[in-house]
Design a protein around this ligand. Sequence first.
Ligand code: PEP
Length: 225
Amino acid sequence: MIYVGNWKMNQSFEGAQKFLQSLKKRVSEEKQKSYIILSPAVLFGLMKDEFSGTNFNWGGQNCFYKNEGPYTGENSPQLMYEMGARYVLVGHSERRLLFGETHEMILEKAHIIVQNKMTPILCVGESLEQRSQFQNVLKSQLTGFSNISPLMVAYEPVWAIGSGKIPNNLQIQSALSVIKEAVPQSTVLYGGSVNSQVFRTLLCKELEGFLIGKASLNVDSFILE
Ligand code: PEP
């Protein structure tokens, strides 16, 4: 299983450093490859310092769809790769809703991430109002992604993010089948209120890992055992 921690805009410098050092101590070497931390861009230097030479992976929560140019405030995917990032989250519902990211922008970002030898982690998922048509929502969010490889897709129903509500096993399975049909080359994760109390109930056939928000902020709750 792959465990992806999305810190969002959280962590202090000292808190992040303590987290990374404690994760390195707690996780055995053969398991390190399955942990990925998605950190705020201002902490990329720390990620590089703490994770270089280890099997831990890390990445960003967003990037721009070009490598360089007059784009004040944006992050270059090429530079992220140079720093040691190997994954970039794209299409998180917070970016779609709060920052107006369109499907076209998300697809362009996924292309440039792959060109820079990193893996996009694409978030897809329906809102509560769209629940009855979740298949159509997922299919439209996955349009154009069938030739993106490598690719990870996280099924994150918007209503489950940070809410403590989780879909039942059947709901997850049907969403994962839609995803696997549209992008068979992808590695599929589930995200939305995952923690050590509930993760076992979410396990199902196609599921290869979890995208974890709140519970990824401290090591005890991030390590799902
Ligand atoms: C997320 O926002 O990607 C997420 C999974 O958050 P949480 O685990 O807090 O629901």
